[in-house]
Structures are given as structure tokens and as C-alpha cells.
Design a protein around this ligand. Structure first.
Ligand code: NAD
Length: 501
């Protein structure tokens, strides 16, 4: 029997073994295990933390411009190696190659933004805050930071985290998703090629054991997490209990409102990409449409039905396909279970993608696009995150009724409104309790120089991911006040609180 390739850890600049448990890594398009992954034990994670801890003093002392230059070089290497990175991504995640390219490009933009760190870290200065007295605030790194990332953006989400953390002078331990770890590991190897000294960036592969080792270790100062809400809550509580700064981004259930005055054809096309792109495995996907008025709902459902009929499902490596497979067999079964649940709950299944067949890929985890009409707030398919190609249409009478539903939902990651009415759009964006809002934009994922974060149970912590918030998250503010009295000036003791009065 042929041995499957083994995926290791990257510690102190070397690919190394560590831990004696193994996990299969599947190609979701074939349904076959094609690699094996070493799951780090606590000792292995501690080695990675020790390496990051040892690398910290010299990296912190490296001039910010030199640190940033590594990011500029990495950007070029990522562009030069884009095909290889995306081939790995699609082979393990399943998404179509054009989508992998989009993901990588968004990641590169975060690297590009991290290369501006010297500008972003400049701080604030005030002269003469008191007699002969100046004051300034500066940003100092924290030390060792850790990142724990989900399967659905295996390249981009790690790049939300470590480039800025490292550009700010921290060192880093990344724990990517065990389902599709290879592309993040390749990107980290390219960062070494770009000039990161050994130990500044370490990658440990693993599961809960590795995560828990990161959460309790005293040398880890900050933890960034992106994944499902249940785990985000656990990471936030455990990390905070161990004295760490934590940001934990969780799950989502994003609603799109379609107003009666919207351009329905454009709205339908936008919804197709937002609902079924990446097989619905995006935290900014749109799994719910709130159609205002029955006429709007009828037009949206008819448009979606016609568009779904033209969609091509198959392996992500074939450029003709619009949608690849789901990530694992378990996830495939779970999503199918939600479709069955929706039928039981009384929603109307307008398009059933469960019997999709992909020639030559009978064992792949393919599920066709599913469309429900008449979804109601009490249903599980309304309340829970499905994370698959299942779109539900709900009929509401007014914009306010739709907004009340969105505002009452436990998640608040993204939302959007399709309309030609500026007043309605302005009212919506002002009063909706959601962190990222699109107006005729179905996936309002902020660009790299804005920050990304949901509200309610979509984010635990005070600072969002990437953008300006990342500079704050990965650095501590220090305010220094100095006074240089002229030679010979003598002052007596002052017992009152110093002021400028
Ligand atoms: P997940 O929560 O299962 O896993 C995320 C990470 O947590 C992985 O690295 C995993 O190894 C680790 N993990 C899993 N179980 C753990 C446990 N019991 N203890 C400690 N660590 C554990 O999420 P996933 O399935 O990989 O990703 C999909 C989820 O991520 C969806 O809910 C999606 O909405 C969410 N997501 C959110 C955002 C956002 O920005 N809000 C972005 C992408 C994905």
C-alpha cells in the first residue's frame, strides 16, 4: 500500500514531526483521503511557543521598516506562487479555483496592508502638555500571539492575523484547520523565504489538544480565533480566564432584504453568488432572503429557480464549474440533514439539490443548490447556521418587519439590502444591528484597510479582525511623559495633583 504524504509542523524555521496522533486530509471532490496530518500534542505546541518566545526580543528590536519589507517581499512571492497555493487550497477545501484565487488575493491585500505598519505604528505626540513637558503615545508589541483558524478560508483568514501581528513586532504561532492545512503551511514557508527569521512564525497542526495548549500557556499574550460560535465562546472564555487578550469571531446567518423597487435581475444574480459561491461555506454568505411583499418574493423565487437550473456543480479544478463539493462527508450529511429538517418543518423545497450527480466523482461530497420558499422564523433552518448551499426565502410585508427579524437574530455578522430607494437604504444601514452592511452589495466583506467584525454572537471581544483594529489588537499603547528642566532650575515639592490650572 502506498503511504500517503504526511503534513508536519513548521517550528523554528524547520518542518518537523510532533505528536503521535494522525488525521486524514480528504480531497472532497474525490471523497478520498489523500494526505495525513500529524496532530500536535502539548509538548509540540510548547516547542513552537518556546521558539516564538525566543525569537521575540530580536524581532521586537528590528526596525519596523525592515519588518515591513518582509511583507512586501512576501506579497511578490504569494503572487508568483499563486497557482500552487490555490491548487492546494482547492484540493483540500473543494472550492472552485477562481474562488481560491479570489481568497488568495484578499489575503495578499492584508499582507500589503501589513507592509504599511511603520506608518500605522507612528503614535501620537504632544508638546508642552505642561511646563517643559512633552507627552507621546506609542504602540509596543505584546510578545507571542496565537491564531486559530477555520477550514473555509484556509489561506485568507491566517493572513488576516499573522502578517499584521508580526509587522507590529510580535512573534506568532498559527494553528490552521486540520481539514485543509496545506495551503497555510506553504504560505508560512514562503514567509521564511521572504526573510522572516526562524521562530517569528510557527505553524502547529492539530485539534483541540493543540488549541488548549495555546490557550493556557503563560507565554502566549494574545489569541485571535475565527470559527464556529460555540468554539469562539469557549476560546474567548478560556483565553480571558488565562489573562490573554482575545478576539473570537464566530458563526453567522446573514439576511438579504429585497425591496419591491429593487432591480430583481441584478438582485437574483447577486444572491446566486452570495448563497451558493463556495458552496455556501462562507461566514458572509447569504442563506436567507427577506422579500418584501409577495410579488417581490414570487419574482425572486422564479429568478433563482431559473438561475439554479443553469448552475454547474463539479470539481473545483474544472473552470466550467460554479460550485464545488462540501468540505467533508460529515458536513455533507449535516447539510443534507438540514434540508430534510426544513421539509419536516413545513418550508417549501422549490429546488432540491440532494440528488446531484457528478460524473466520475461518485464518492465526492457534492450537494446541488437547494432553495426553500416560505421559511418561517421558528424553523431550525431559519435559526441555525447551515453553512451549505441552502437558501431560504421568507416573505415579509414591510422593511420594518424584515429589520425586526434581523435585529432579533442571535447572529449579526453581515446583511444587505437591494433597493433603489436611498432613504430606505440609509434607514436600514443606520438601524440594523449587524456589523457589516451592504447596500446593493451582497458580500460586504471589508477591504484590508477597513476592519472585519460582526455584532452579537458573531464576535466575542472588542476589536475586529484585520485593518486598523488589528494594529490595536496586536499592540499595547504606552504613554510617556517627559520633562527636562533647564539647568539650575529648582522646584519645591508639590503635593496637589498636577494640572495646567
Ligand atoms: P470550527 O469552530 O469547527 O473550527 C475552527 C478552529 O477551531 C479549527 O482550527 C479547529 O481545529 C478548532 N477547534 C474545533 N473544535 C475545537 C474545540 N472543541 N476546542 C478547541 N478548538 C477547536 O469552525 P470550522 O468548521 O472550521 O469553520 C466554519 C465556521 O467558522 C462557521 O461557523 C463560520 O461561520 C465560521 N467563520 C466565521 C468567520 C467570521 O469572520 N466571523 C469567518 C470564517 C468562518
Amino acid at each position: 500500500m502506498n503511504e500517503l504524504p504526511l503534513i508536519q509542523h513548521l517550528i523554528d524555521g524547520q518542518l518537523v514531526a510532533g505528536g503521535n496522533r494522525l488525521a486524514d486530509v480528504f480531497n472532497p471532490a474525490t471523497g478520498k483521503a489523500e494526505k495525513r496530518l500529524l496532530l500536535a500534542d502539548t509538548v509540540t505546541v510548547e516547542k513552537a511557543i518556546a521558539s516564538a518566545h525566543a525569537a521575540y526580543p530580536a524581532w521586537r528590536a528590528t526596525p519596523p521598516l525592515k519588518r515591513a519589507r518582509v511583507m512586501s517581499k512576501l506579497k511578490v512571492l504569494l503572487e508568483e506562487n499563486a497557482e500552487q497555493i490555490c491548487a492546494l487550497l482547492t484540493a483540500e477545501h473543494g472550492k472552485v479555483l477562481s474562488d481560491s484565487m479570489g481568497e488568495l488575493q484578499r489575503g495578499i491585500e492584508n499582507v500589503e496592508y501589513a507592509s504599511y505598519a511603520p506608518e500605522l505604528l507612528k503614535g501620537e505626540h504632544s508638546k508642552n502638555v505642561g511646563p517643559s513637558m512633552d507627552s507621546w503615545s506609542e504602540f509596543q508589541p505584546l510578545g507571542v500571539a496565537a491564531g486559530i483558524t477555520p477550514f473555509n478560508f484556509p489561506v485568507m483568514v491566517p493572513l488576516w492575523m499573522w502578517p499584521m501581528a508580526i509587522a507590529c513586532g510580535n512573534t506568532f504561532v498559527l494553528k490552521p484547520s486540520e481539514r485543509d492545512p496545506s495551503s497555510a503551511l506553504l504560505v508560512a514557508e514562503l514567509a521564511l523565504q521572504a526573510g522572516l527569521p526562524p521562530g517569528v512564525l510557527n505553524v502547529v497542526n492539530g485539534d483541540k489538544e493543540a488549541v488548549d495548549a495555546l490557550l493556557v500557556d503563560k507565554r502566549v499574550q494574545a489569541v485571535s480565533f475565527v470559527g464556529s460560535t460555540a468554539i469562539a465562546e469557549y476560546i474567548y472564555a478560556t483565553g480571558c480566564a488565562h489573562g490573554k487578550r482575545v478576539q473570537a469571531l464566530g458563526g453567522a446567518k446573514n439576511h438579504a432584504v429585497v425591496m419591491p423597487d429593487a432591480d430583481i435581475d441584478n438582485a437574483v444574480n447577486a444572491l446566486m453568488g452570495a448563497a451558493y459561491g463556495s458552496c455556501g461555506e462562507r461566514c458572509m454568505a447569504i442563506p436567507l432572503v427577506l422579500a418584501v411583499g409577495d410579488a417581490t418574493a414570487d419574482a425572486v423565487v422564479a429568478g433563482l429557480k431559473a438561475a439554479i437550473a443553469k448552475m454547474k456543480v463539479g470539481p473545483g479544478t474544472d473552470a466550467a464549474n460554479d460550485m464545488g463539493p462540501l468540505v467533508t462527508k460529515q458536513h455533507f450529511e449535516k447539510v443534507k440533514g438540514y434540508v430534510e429538517q426544513g421539509i419536516k418543518e413545513g418550508a417549501k423545497l422549490v429546488v432540491d439539490g440532494r440528488d446531484v450527480k457528478v460524473e466520475g466523482h461518485k464518492d465526492g461530497f457534492f450537494l446541488g443548490a437547494c432553495l426553500f420558499d416560505n421559511v418561517k422564523p421558528g424553523m431550525k433552518i431559519y435559526q441555525e447556521e447551515i453553512f451549505g448551499p441552502v437558501l431560504g426565502v421568507m416573505r415579509v410585508k414591510t422593511l420594518q418587519e424584515g429589520m425586526d427579524l434581523i435585529n432579533a437574530h442571535e447572529y449579526g455578522n453581515g446583511t444587505c439590502i437591494f433597493t433603489r430607494d436611498g432613504e430606505a437604504a440609509r434607514y436600514f444601514s443606520e438601524h440594523i444591528l449587524v456589523g457589516m452592511v451592504g447596500i446593493n452589495v451582497p458580500l460586504p466583506v471589508p477591504v484590508a484597510y477597513h476592519s472585519f467584525g460582526g455584532w452579537k454572537r458573531s464576535l466575542f471581544g472588542d476589536l475586529s479582525a484585520y485593518g486598523p483594529d488589528a494594529v490595536r489588537f496586536y499592540s499595547k499603547r504606552k504613554t510617556i511623559t517627559q520633562r527636562w528642566l533647564s539647568a539650575g532650575v529648582r522646584e519645591g515639592a508639590v503635593f496637589s495633583f498636577p494640572t495646567n490650572r
